[in-house]
Design a binder for this molecule. Structure first.
Ligand code: ADP
Ligand code: MG
Length: 325
């Protein structure tokens, strides 16, 4: 059941990030929609690249888990120069960063007073549950540490599933990707920045930051940092400043369980930080156990909002073009 690249019809661009470009594609033989990621690699050496592809193919064994994006195959096409192609399951609500920006535009278009926050306790609890479950599975079954938990690597679909993608299987691959550190914000834990032993708890820290970003709309620890100086400054803040927290007052209201949960993720001292297993037993995960239906409903609504947003933006674009003529 492996996919041949020539059986894919490209349907449109989904997004691009540090490592490459992701396209939505149709696999004609079984009408399956897939996500096709193209990663430029710096190495000109076919042997090296083929080794990378082999390593990536190991990911094929990591699949069939509710909280991991399925991997369909990795390819190195000699026709196009130094590119690796990864095919994976398409998630139709996209990543958390995308949903957050759709939400921000939604708020900007409507009177803010009437807006109900999208990322409420229920939604954050379900997302956290999915991420933690996925991380635990990767680690217990394969001893894989994700290393890159951030909003764009947590994906959602309208069936109400939460899945993680882009885990760090191959350090070599990451090193060979051009411009890896053109990043803006970083979800790296203090111990990782300081070069200490890096454990799976680093991903717990990242999850804490992601939650704060989703509910406030801003990356905690001081905005985005596009320059090399800005990045250095941010790294220093992560190490030196007190732990980030959920905001209090200012119109924010969170369940006390959620506040405690985030506090346990965002502990700077790794040994004091809660483990994945501990967090999976936390009241914040437990208290919404019976609310799967509501969460699924939320995902469906988000899907509709994404489509609306796309339509509005297309119209805005066309209007702008006409005005330029
Ligand atoms: P990054 O994660 O650094 O943003 P990627 O190249 O991994 O860069 O992904 C680019 C964008 O494509 C992501 O932000 C996400 O919105 C989208 N994306 C990636 N994989 C999928 C997928 N399997 N299904 C749907 N959207 C995806
Ligand atoms: Mg990614």
């Amino acid at each position: 059941n492996s996919i041949k690249l020539e059986n894919l019809v490209q349907l449109g661009k989904i997004g691009s990030g540090n490592s490459g470009t992701v396209i939505k594609a149709l696999h004609v033989p079984d009408s399956r929609i897939v996500a096709k990621k193209t990663i430029p690699v710096e190495s000109n050496n076919h042997l090296v690249v083929n080794q990378l592809v082999r390593e990536l193919t190991i990911m094929k064994s990591v699949h069939m888990h509710d909280n991991i994006v399925s991997f369909y195959g990795a390819y190195y096409t000699h026709a196009s120069n130094n590119e690796i192609i990864i095919l994976m399951e398409y998630m139709n609500c996209g990543s958390l960063d995308k949903i957050l920006s759709v939400y921000k535009r939604h708020v900007a278009r409507h009177a803010p007073s009437r807006i109900v926050p999208w990322f409420n306790g229920l939604v954050i609890s379900k997302i956290s549950h999915g991420v933690l479950n996925g991380l635990l599975y990767l680690y217990e079954r394969y001893k894989i540490i994700h290393r890159d938990i951030k909003p764009s690597n947590v994906l959602i679909n309208s069936k109400g599933q939460v899945k993680i993608c882009d885990f760090g299987v191959s350090k070599k691959l990451i090193n060979s990707i051009a411009d890896t550190f053109v990043g803006t914000s970083t979800y790296m834990s203090p111990e990782r920045i300081q070069g200490n032993v890096y454990s799976i708890k680093g991903d717990v820290w990242s999850l804490g930051l992601v939650i704060i970003e989703l509910v406030t709309g801003e990356f905690p620890l001081g905005g985005h940092n596009d320059t090399p100086d800005g990045i250095l400054d941010l790294l220093q803040r992560i190490v030196n400043e007190p732990s980030p927290k959920l905001p209090q007052g200012q119109g924010y209201e969170f369940p006390k369980e959620m506040i405690d949960f985030v506090n346990r993720c965002c502990v700077k001292e790794e040994s004091q930080r809660s483990s994945i297993q501990e967090l999976l037993c936390h009241d914040f995960i437990d208290m919404y156990k019976s609310r799967d239906k509501d969460y699924k409903h939320w995902c469906k609504k988000v899907k509709v909002r994404i489509r609306e947003d796309k339509q509005i933006r297309r119209e805005d674009n066309e209007r702008a073009k006409l005005e330029q003529m």
